[in-house]
Design a protein around this ligand. Sequence first.
Ligand SMILES: Cc1cc2nc3c(=O)[nH]c(=O)nc-3n(C[C@H](O)[C@H](O)[C@H](O)COP(=O)(O)OP(=O)(O)OC[C@H]3O[C@@H](n4cnc5c(N)ncnc54)[C@H](O)[C@@H]3O)c2cc1C
Length: 393
Amino acid sequence: MNTSAPLTVAVIGLGAVGSMAAWQLSKRENVRVIGLEQYGRVHSHGSYAGESRVFRSAYHEGGIYVPMLLESRELWRRLEQESGREIYYEVGCLSIAQEDRIEYRTTLETVHDYDLPHELLDTDELRERYPQHRIHDGDKGILDAFGGGLRPEVAVMSALRLAEEAGAELRFNTPVLAIEEEPGGVVVRTPQEALRVDRVVVASGSWSNRIRPELDELLRLQVLGLTWFMPERGIEPFLPERFPAFLRDVGPVHFFGAPSFDGYSIKACSNPTWPVARDVREVPTAYTREELVKIGQQAAEFFPGLNPEPVRSSVHHCAYTPNRMPVVDLNGSSRIAVVAGLSGHGFKFAPKLGELAAQLAADGSTEGVPEEFALAHHMRVLRERGAYTGGGH
Ligand SMILES: Cc1cc2nc3c(=O)[nH]c(=O)nc-3n(C[C@H](O)[C@H](O)[C@H](O)COP(=O)(O)OP(=O)(O)OC[C@H]3O[C@@H](n4cnc5c(N)ncnc54)[C@H](O)[C@@H]3O)c2cc1C
């Protein structure tokens, strides 16, 4: 039996990464987990909101992510098993583009480099198998067999429940105002108290720069919206059994979405080029009418059966780094672990990031974290590049 005092770890932010970090930390012996969330349990203000997230393993963002995605796939399955909830719908993810597109070429490269299960479809095969899509002459498809949809709110809820069942203390409606290091530990200030802990995981998404000043220069918030459309006829062709998650790249338009998980509408989205923001307060709360009309026209162009008027829309935000790689690092004293800047595509690998956050905080080790995710590396990229690119999923 272990009789030493437990290591107390505060997890700040119980969204995508924080819920997974709390789940992973709660499995460790002799670790006391205190989770702090500014809103209630599973809310609509974070970057994980919006009913579904695309999972892909064939990754146009580059091979560096693939091992992490394959491990996340295992962890999504484990979360399902432990919670008894359905979270990961492995219905495939279909990327459609002309074959000279960089996105198409890099996706194909990762498929070959990592021997990922997939199907390649030519224009005729695409037209025959997926008449829901309007296929252009010369379009090619890559069907990523591990791809599909994740249920983000169910995932966060499940991880938090499991963490609590394993002894984690979770406090909601408790914003962290400041984190201060002192000899031998860290003080976490909330409106109610000054909490003394041994280690901290900062998993506070778009709000991270408010409590970690070193992120203020690096992170920018990108505005990302979601739109849902109804088919003019029945929903059947868009149900998960017949319609995989999808990405389409045509000219400057990046269109993405998921099958109908609610049996009512389908999520099909593209993002106007909104200016980046520094603080959540600057993020618009709704689309303009012009933006919705434009996305509706794109939806009708890509899907002949969809009614171009969205039945639902919502505007969100996500913290971005200049090269869209996440920050996964420990501060100098190794007491504060930061996982931030998931740059519009990080939900799919949140369980792996949660596992890494638990390792950083509990073991003080960065082993297995790609060097590119270190804060110092990001700052070098920022100085060289100085600009932010949009995109996501
Ligand atoms: C519209 C949209 C679509 C996306 N689509 C995809 C997709 O298809 N596939 C994919 O893989 N990724 C996608 N992403 C990206 C992914 O959802 C995000 O990268 C991910 O949710 C970020 O996780 P996070 O834990 O960093 O932040 P969040 O999930 O936002 O969690 C941060 C949490 O910290 C809390 N918090 C913040 N500050 C404090 C504080 N001071 N005190 C206490 N609590 C605090 C917040 O309230 C929040 O609950 C999308 C993002 C958006 C916005």
